[in-house]
Design a protein around this ligand. Structure first.
Ligand SMILES: [Zn+2]
Ligand SMILES: [Zn+2]
Length: 300
């Protein structure tokens, strides 16, 4: 019987198309019988019995955030069914902004909006609510350089890893400003003690991914013999003696090529790393400890 119905259906459809009448359905629905949305009025015949004696359209599946409602109706003579999509999908109903990920020293705090409609928990939007704070104890000072930025010093940080944030604000109700300099604003070649982490036992240094354009001032890591590796942020500038006395710094990574020869001071590093980087560009460079003036660096 089913095969017969199907054949008849195809013939009926062909006839409708042949007469040029609108018989275009939205498809879908998944019913066992026909699907489609025949135009009202004549020609809307049941493919099984050939009559036009339908019950009312009823909701089979309610609309969701993503899908239209599916309606079904039954032939009063042979119980054949027909389905169609109806109306429009519901729009998501956004929640208020709520915390997705709490801010930490190294991770940005993220907020998101999710759909509050029953049966839907779709994430609609996310935003940074608070930037990673950087290692607790760092000392920030605001200066008008580059239109207003923070300089950062070790403060009370010692005997630990260090994370340098991209932005800082004194409290939650003040504006973020970029953190762009490592060291005292008066740091210079003759002022070893004004380097950011002079003689601190720093085990590792990381920089926030959002940092772009950063200067590491004179003597920043002078005497940091605990430092074994470092990865710089984009467009980093290094001033003189930045890594002097860093006898265990054997792995250095630049994430971008040097923009010009002035980007790295002549004696920023021990050994030939400056020369190798200016020639070799982005990448990781290594050497062996103890690192000194004659150390040879190799790009990996
Ligand atoms: Zn019928
Ligand atoms: Zn939704």
């Amino acid at each position: 019987m089913k095969t017969v119905f199907k054949t008849l259906g195809i013939i009926a459809m062909a006839a409708i198309i042949g007469f040029g009448m609108a018989a275009c359905g939205d498809g879908g629905g998944g019913g066992n019988g026909e699907s489609g949305d025949p135009a009202g009025g004549g020609g809307d015949t049941c493919s099984s019995c050939g009559k036009n004696d339908w019950g009312n359209w009823e909701t089979q599946t309610a609309a969701t955030c993503f899908n239209q409602a599916v309606q079904v109706r039954y032939c009063n003579d042979c119980a054949n069914d027909q389905t169609r999509n109806a109306g429009t999908a519901l729009e998501h109903t956004p929640s208020t902004w709520q915390i997705k990920t709490a801010v930490t020293e190294t991770i940005n705090g993220i907020e998101h909006q999710i759909c509050t409609r029953a049966g839907c928990n779709h994430e609609l939007d996310t935003r940074i609510a608070a930037y990673a704070t950087g290692t607790t104890g760092l000392a920030f000072s605001f200066h008008n350089t580059w239109g207003g930025v923070y300089y950062v010093m070790a403060g009370t940080v010692n005997n630990s890893s260090v994370h340098i944030p991209a932005y800082h604000r004194p409290n939650a109700s003040s504006e973020y400003q970029p953190v762009s300099f490592l060291g005292d604003i008066n740091a210079g070649s003759a002022d070893r003690h004004l380097g950011a982490f002079v003689d601190k036992n720093i085990t590792s240094v990381t920089f926030a991914a959002e940092i772009e354009g950063f200067q590491i001032l004179n003597h920043a890591f002078a005497g940091c013999t605990g430092l074994a590796s470092i990865t710089f942020p984009a467009r980093v500038f290094l001033l003189a003696d930045t890594f002097i006395e860093c006898t265990n710094l054997t792995s250095v990574t630049f994430i971008d090529d040097a923009s010009n020869d002035n980007q790295i001071a002549v004696n920023a590093f021990l050994g030939d790393l400056r020369t190798k980087y200016l020639a070799g560009g982005a990448g990781t460079y290594t050497t062996t400890a103890p690192v000194g003036n004659s150390s040879v660096w190799t790009k990996q």
